[in-house]
Write a protein of this length. Structure first.
Length: 327
């Protein structure tokens, strides 16, 4: 079947080439055949382009050409593997749904205890993006399911492995002192005069008086705060020491759980904060990071099994590479 398919592809290519006028310019070509699918040069160039831009910044001259060639080779291998994975997933009826991807991403963000926006900013600093990360998650979930379906063995992580990893990487789990706070912030517009500033401070004074009178912090934050978490009752979550304005930071880390501050003045306006929880400095406990460590070990095992499975799949598939690349 594979030989007949190969012959059919070659005949089609011969007809296509013979139909091209001698003075015509070939703008694309096949660089690899993977069973009954192909990879074109334009697809390869599109996939490798972002990496070549980085290479241009870091490498020059002959070294740049070598690095670019190796990158092209690695990307072609990845595109071939991607096709094989999709073909095998289709054969086995394995599908990764959008809700599975979303749930996995949500769990990652929750475990890191940051907002989605902060997570996106962190990805951007690493030269990635949210859509690219979701694509990586999709590929990872597909690997897990293919390994489970094809190797017929589940990847397990023992308590001993988790404990051993924790002992060897304790420096990675040093936690900074942080407090969980709720905030009511009244912003003072730029170029406000002294009269306007005093008026706003008086307004904050009335809000503070209502707080001490027993009114709900969440209600007053929702209705009067200009802060970013106003609609969440002013809840900013855990904030590490040194992140906030100095005056706010000093008060926040001097309050006990459940205590509310007075009026704090900062360059942006007037704050009232309430400390609802805190976590101390030092090493995070093993229980605190158990799931994170388990995921790391599990991912390494999955990658190893997937690599072995991928090698076997490549051996029994028809793959023809038509591009001379550096190995």
């Amino acid at each position: 079947m594979k030989k007949r398919l190969k012959a059919s592809i070659l005949i089609c290519l011969a007809v296509m080439v013979s139909a091209v006028p001698l003075n015509a310019r070939i703008v694309d070509r096949i660089v690899a055949v993977v069973n009954d699918e192909i990879v074109t040069l334009s697809e390869l160039n599109s996939a490798v382009e972002p990496y070549l831009k980085k290479i241009d910044k870091l490498s020059k001259g002959e070294n740049r050409e070598k690095v670019a060639a190796r990158t092209m080779s690695a990307m072609l291998d990845k595109l071939i593997n991607d096709i094989l994975v999709k073909q095998e997933a289709k054969r086995l009826g394995i599908v990764v749904k959008e809700e599975d991807i979303a749930k996995t991403v949500e769990n990652v963000i929750l475990r890191r205890k940051i907002t989605t926006e902060d997570f996106k900013k962190a990805l951007a600093r690493e030269g990635s993006s949210f859509p690219a990360y979701k694509k990586e998650v999709e590929e990872h979930l597909m690997k897990i399911r293919l390994v489970g379906a094809s190797v017929k063995s589940k990847v397990s992580v023992t308590d001993e492995e988790i404990g051993d990893y924790y002992r060897k990487h304790r420096e990675d789990y040093e936690g900074k002192e942080a407090v969980r706070i709720k905030q009511i912030l009244i912003i003072v517009p730029k170029r406000s005069g002294m009269e306007e500033r005093l008026r706003l401070k008086a307004d904050v004074g009335l809000i503070h008086k209502r707080l001490t009178g027993g009114e709900s912090f969440e209600f007053l934050a929702d209705n009067y705060s200009n802060g970013p978490a106003a609609k969440l009752g002013g809840d900013l979550g855990f904030v590490e020491k040194g992140v906030m304005f100095p005056a706010v930071n000093e008060v926040a880390f001097s309050l006990r759980n459940g205590e509310t501050s007075g009026i704090i003045e900062s360059p942006v306006g007037f704050h009232i904060i309430k400390v609802t929880d805190r976590r101390g400095a030092g090493i995070k406990s093993l229980e605190w990071v158990r799931e994170e460590i388990k995921d790391k070990i599990s991912n390494v095992k999955i990658e190893k099994k997937f690599f072995e499975w991928m090698e076997e799949l490549r051996k029994k598939s028809y793959i023809e590479v038509r591009l001379q690349v550096v190995r």
